[in-house]
Design a protein around this ligand. Structure first.
Ligand code: NCD
Length: 305
């Protein structure tokens, strides 16, 4: 089994074996994620095209590439590139494939990464397509759970914006492969899309849906908080109705499981009170660090000759 030259578009394209392989590779590469360099991707170039804001995804991919001895080129912003002159995504991809060995793409439109992959002769990695998917985030989420908790017999609550949140869309598909018990906790208006829920039900996963965080919080090993995706709301007044619905505070954590871990793909707005950061439960900053070894694993497997 090899991921060489494979596009990374959606977790639905991955088998359990492929996921296990990537997580194992990430473990091997973790010592190289802080400081030590390896020449595995010597001479290789990753092109980073971000049509939406990013801090962690862009910088962790760039770091991962450099730690592997390769390099990254960056479109910087849509305003500073030919996108501002009206160039289509298809044309941009056709040009960039001649500059790089793989393309990392974040785009506001669902399906953009799949379309880019159709035009590209080099592998395309989806760094988030609108409210669609964010598979590399899921792989680092799984790695975090593996390292800080346990992927076996896992009970997890996905909390917040399950409608527009691409991280939870990708994560649910992967969790189904691990036979997790999943609590979907969201306001009525931000429920997980029915198409994803149907897929989950067919996979035989244990699924509960509620608007009440209190109902789920003492039943789970992992609390996966998400930001309400303000930028995806067609009407700002609808956002105001749900903003600040769930907030993790010290009081709420009183009756949780001893070994609970709290995760968040970040950035947070007000979902987690800052005084929770210093508790043993908080793993979200560690989670963002794990983006380095996991993205090193993905890059080295996709770009290997
Ligand atoms: C997430 C995203 O872009 O979907 N951020 C990330 O990559 N860590 C989550 C978010 O923006 O809320």
């Amino acid at each position: 089994m090899s991921l060489a030259k494979k596009d990374i578009i959606s977790m639905r394209d991955f088998s359990r074996n492929e996921i296990d392989l990537i997580l194992k590779k990430a473990e091997e590469l973790e010592p190289f994620a802080r400081g030590r360099k390896t020449g595995k991707l010597d001479g290789k170039i990753l092109a980073m095209l971000f049509y939406e804001p990013s801090t962690r995804t862009r910088l962790s991919f760039e770091t991962a590439m450099k730690r592997l001895g390769g390099d990254a080129i960056d479109m910087v912003s849509t305003e500073a590139s030919s996108v501002a002159k009206g160039e289509t995504l298809a044309d941009t991809i056709r040009v960039i494939e001649g500059y790089a060995d793989a393309i990392l793409l974040r785009h506001p439109k669902e399906g953009a990464a799949r379309m880019a992959a159709d035009f590209s002769s080099v592998p395309v990695i989806n760094a988030g397509d609108g409210a669609g998917h964010h598979p590399t985030q899921t792989l680092l989420d799984l790695y975090t759970i593996k390292r800080e908790s346990n992927l076996k017999d896992l009970s997890i609550a996905l909390v917040g914006d399950l409608k527009y949140g691409r991280t939870v869309h990708s994560l649910t598909y992967a969790l189904a492969l691990f036979g997790a018990n999943i609590w979907l906790v969201s306001p009525e208006q931000l429920r997980m899309p029915a198409s994803i829920k149907n897929d989950l039900i067919h996979s035989g996963v244990g699924l509960r849906e509620t608007t009440s965080l209190a109902e789920a919080i003492d039943q789970v090993d992992v609390l996966y908080m998400t930001r309400i995706q303000k930028e995806r709301f067609p009407d700002p007044s609808e956002y105001q109705k749900v903003a600040g619905t769930y907030r993790i505070t010290m009081e709420i954590l009183e009756n949780v499981r001893e070994h609970l871990i709290i995760m968040h793909p970040l950035p947070r707005v007000d979902e987690i009170s800052p005084d929770v950061d210093s508790t043993k439960f908080a793993k979200y900053f560690k989670q963002s660090f794990y983006g380095i070894p996991v993205r090193m694993a993905i890059l080295s497997m996709v770009m290997e000759d």
